[in-house]
Design a protein around this ligand. Structure first.
Ligand code: PEP
Ligand code: MG
Length: 568
């Protein structure tokens, strides 16, 4: 069994690379590598006979042509793909980039390609400094930069190969506008040497249902036409798979539906709940048969507003969501503002480390009334709809914070008040926290980030902020045991709950509910139905005994042979 960096061999003796599976499914085919990005142009100066104004004009023209091309493609695409292309088109038309490049031609006589390179670098740095969502836009800037430079140099735009047969696409990293243009009739799977679970590629691949593995650096050795088998759930890329493996991958997987009750093979009920952020999500959860809402992310609705909505507006919003939600509990998370979810009307001042700064429940140090008003609106909406509403606070680090939140929720008339376990301190002290609260929900996205001290948005560190890491599982185990001792429910609502194999481990570690994107529910339910509670505990023990995330995932999956039969 290899470390996260090294390939190993599978039980058929085939070489196997490891990365992070971000979109489940099995698919095989010949590799096609993506045309590389443009190289950094040398800092050359224009010869005296060239007219700087003409050269600057060339930049404007090429940028305008690039923007037009991207707009056209956006109009032909749909969904997330169209949005990504439209964003790229906006960047290509952005005066900060174009004026900046033209100024470098005028003031320093830089050749146009170099001027665009430097201006884009400055813009990308500014975005990175802003952190969170904005920092991720730096990738769009590099993408647009490369397209403008390719046009300036009269080269084809960097990007996707267009073979006329089915293939597995390999890239170091994919620009968002490339991901948006994937021809899903030809691309059977995607492998990225870099990239992370929150990258555009991961999101789009999931949306399109294309198996994808990211952060698999050793796959850089793959060559065009190598035949590989990609397992987007296991995060593996098998080279030269056997005929049996290929036949297995080609089998049609029957469409799975959810019966409405998450249950282990021994009959133990594990309610499968949905993660949502608005009324449309509530409807999708109801359609998927979710047994309730395990995480209502409230901040996404607020992110688009420039001032705090009134209590009445908030109440109407919550009524709409509660009305559309499936029957069962609705766990509403109090506003998780700050860090990767900055909110215009809740400024935090400049922070060197926003993820360690004013975010989540800590925001009430600066804006205590915002939480009070939100709880008031939640309580009013509950009154109006009669929904079974629970509330929980994000980013709780201390018992004092936990008690404060519970007191505030009870004062608003909300009896079921809990905490999110996202900070290792909360996991380690979960016993005391659960003596003060009615329940806990483990946010594995942040818990992994903080346990491993690895920014969840940094693709290059995705192998570290992996919930399969035994250190993260240790923390979950501690929280699970505390829940059992205090007889309080401890659920999981981070992305980990949507990974069917990991879901089993989480149950074995003591998770009493699992909450996930509604689309993942049928797969997780199908896998849970294959194991008893005793087996889940045994598999949890196997994962805890591993030395790293890859080993934990591989050891557990190797013991669950039925996963491949389920196409997972
Ligand atoms: C988490 O951190 O796991 C979580 C569910 O919250 P979010 O992803 O919204 O930070
Ligand atoms: Mg979180």
């Amino acid at each position: 069994m290899g470390s996260s960096k090294e390939p190993d061999t599978d039980r058929h003796g085939c070489p196997r690379h490891h990365g992070i599976g971000v979109s489940p499914g099995l698919a095989a085919g010949p590799v096609k590598r993506v045309f590389p990005r443009v190289r950094e142009p040398r800092a050359r100066f224009l010869p005296p006979e060239r007219n700087v104004a003409d050269e600057a004009e060339r930049i404007r023209q090429c940028a305008a042509d690039t923007a037009q091309n991207l707009e056209l493609r956006a109009s032909l695409a749909s969904g997330q793909g169209a949005e990504v292309l439209a964003t790229a088109a906006q960047i290509a038309a952005d005066p900060t980039l174009i004026d900046g490049a033209c100024e470098l031609v005028h003031t320093r006589s830089l050749v146009p390609a170099r001027a665009v390179w430097e201006a884009a670098g400055m813009l990308a740095d500014q975005l990175k400094d802003m952190g969170g969502y904005m920092a991720e836009r730096a990738l769009d800037v590099y993408d647009v930069r490369d397209r403008i430079i390719a046009r300036l140099l009269g080269r084809p735009a960097p990007g996707l190969p267009t073979p006329d047969r089915e293939h597995v696409l390999w890239a170091r990293d994919l620009a968002p506008s490339d991901t948006a243009q994937l021809d899903i009739t030809k691309v059977k799977a995607i492998i990225l040497a870099e990239g992370g679970p929150t990258s555009h590629t991961a999101i789009v691949a999931r949306e399109l249902g294309i198996p994808a593995v990211v952060a698999a650096p050793t796959t850089a050795k793959l060559r065009d036409d190598d035949v590989v088998l990609v397992n987007g759930a296991a995060g593996t890329v098998t080279v030269s798979p056997t005929a049996d493996q290929l036949a297995h991958a080609a089998r049609p997987i029957p469409e799975r539906t959810f019966s409405g009750r998450g249950q282990l093979a021994c009959g133990t009920h594990i309610p499968l709940l949905a993660n949502i952020s608005d009324a449309a999500g509530a409807s999708a959860a109801a359609e998927a048969g979710a047994e309730g809402i395990g995480l209502l992310r409230t901040e996404l609705w607020f992110l688009g507003t420039t001032s705090e909505p009134s209590v009445e507006e908030q109440t109407r919003h919550f009524v709409d969501v509660f009305d559309k939600a499936p029957a069962g509990r609705i766990v509403v998370r109090a506003l998780d503002a700050g860090s990767d979810k900055p909110m215009a009307y809740l400024p935090t001042g400049t922070e060197a480390n926003p993820a360690l700064g004013m975010r989540g429940y800590r925001m009430s140090r600066l804006y205590p009334d915002v939480l009070a008003r939100q709880l008031e609106a939640i309580a009013a909406a509950r009154q109006e709809t009669g929904a079974d509403v629970w509330v929980m606070a994000p980013m709780i680090s201390t018992l004092e914070e936990c008690e404060e939140f519970v007191t505030a929720a009870h004062a608003a008339g909300l009896e079921q008040a809990g905490l999110m376990i996202e900070v290792p301190a909360a996991a380690l002290r979960a016993g005391q926290m659960l003596a003060a609260a009615q329940f806990a929900s483990i946010g594995t996205n942040d818990l992994s980030q903080y346990a491993m001290a690895a920014d969840r948005l940094q693709g290059a560190l995705a192998d570290l902020s992996d919930p399969w890491h035994p250190a993260v599982l240790d923390l979950i185990s501690t929280a699970g045991k505390a829940g059992a001792q205090q007889a309080r429910p401890v659920g999981v609502c981070g992305e980990a709950a949507a990974d069917p194999a990991l879901a089993v481990v989480l149950v074995g570690l003591g998770a009493s509910t699992l909450s996930m994107t509604p689309r993942a529910i049928p797969d997780v339910a199908a896998v849970l139905a294959h194991v008893s509670l005793a087996q889940a505990r045994e598999l949890a023990g196997v994962a805890l005994a591993a030395t790293d995330a890859v080993q934990a995932r591989t050891a557990v999956r190797d013991r669950m042979e039925f996963l491949t039969d389920l196409g997972l």
